[in-house]
Design a protein around this ligand. Structure first.
Ligand code: NAP
Length: 244
């Protein structure tokens, strides 16, 4: 099965590191014209050094007006990957209001806003399109110290479904990928303790965490014309964790 994004214009958020960076590189490799969004300029500099065809855009997705301004200049988009998120871990009783607000702003509100802006363009051009939201296994399974993160990802799964419902008639498909732990910078922050790692991997039937490429390949599939009837799903990339 061959996937090509030749002639497609893609935007990836959180493209400075981890899964977002690898997704931007893969999309470019398969022929898409990629715009990479993140908030750390040095990450964009090294990304463009690695792949000069990628267009870098630096802003904080938590800023509503900055997002509007940036999207105005990006031009028409066919494919959107809402990947950026934050994961600050706190036990339930210690959750602070600012942590709650920050997490929901980036993990949910920014996805809604980016998708509104991109979908309006797709509808205006009657081009259709595909949007993939990067969720988590944490949307469907309670994890200790992940109160706010779990809640944002559960909200993201439902946002995905409602977007699929309302944008489907415009031939815009919206799906999420729901990975288990991946040892990116974010993954390492939450899963540095060998005991916790052992407990988690013992609950994954395949007995290991996911690799970045395994998540990227699933994102590419959902963006591509190999999944033209798939709309509104939350697709686990979790080695079977959510099946148990
Ligand atoms: P990562 O290594 O922390 O990378 C996240 C990227 O998003 C960084 O480039 C970060 O920029 C950017 N970002 C964060 N907040 C932003 C904001 N407000 N504005 C602009 N850019 C922002 O994370 P990752 O592990 O690749 O995670 C990517 C996605 O996968 C997330 O949605 C995450 O929830 C999901 N996921 C991850 C795991 C895991 O174990 N890693 C598991 C399941 C799901 P800065 O570095 O400059 O902040």
């Amino acid at each position: 099965m061959e996937i090509s994004f030749k002639g497609k214009r893609a935007v990836v958020t959180g493209a400075g590191k981890g899964i977002g960076r690898a997704t931007a590189l893969a999309l470019a490799q398969y022929g898409a014209k990629v715009t990479a969004i993140t908030r750390t300029q040095s990450d964009l500099d090294s990304l463009v050094e690695e792949c000069p065809s990628i267009v870098p855009v630096c802003f904080d997705l938590g800023e509503w007006e900055a997002t509007e301004a940036a999207l105005k200049d990006i031009g028409p988009i066919d494919l959107l990957v809402n990947n950026a998120a934050c994961a600050k871990l706190q036990p339930f009783l210690d959750v602070t209001p600012d942590q709650f607000d920050q997490s929901f702003t980036v993990n949910v509100k920014a996805v809604l806003h980016m998708s509104q802006l991109v979908a309006r363009g797709m509808i205006g051009r009657q081009s259709g399109g595909s949007i993939v939201n990067v969720s988590s296994q944490a949307s469907q399974c309670a994890l200790k110290n992940h109160t706010v993160y779990c809640a944002t990802k559960a909200a993201l799964d439902m946002l995905t479904k409602v977007m699929a419902l309302e944008l489907g008639p415009h031939q815009i498909r919206v799906n999420s990928v729901n990975p288990t732990v991946v040892m990116t910078e974010m993954g390492r922050r939450g899963w540095s303790n060998p005991e916790t790692v052992k407990t988690m991997t013992s609950r994954i039937p395949l007995g290991r965490f996911a690799e970045v490429d395994e998540v990227v390949n699933t994102i590419l599939f959902l963006l591509s014309d190999k999944s033209t009837m798939t709309n509104g799903v939350s697709l686990p990339v979790d080695g079977g964790f959510l099946a148990c």
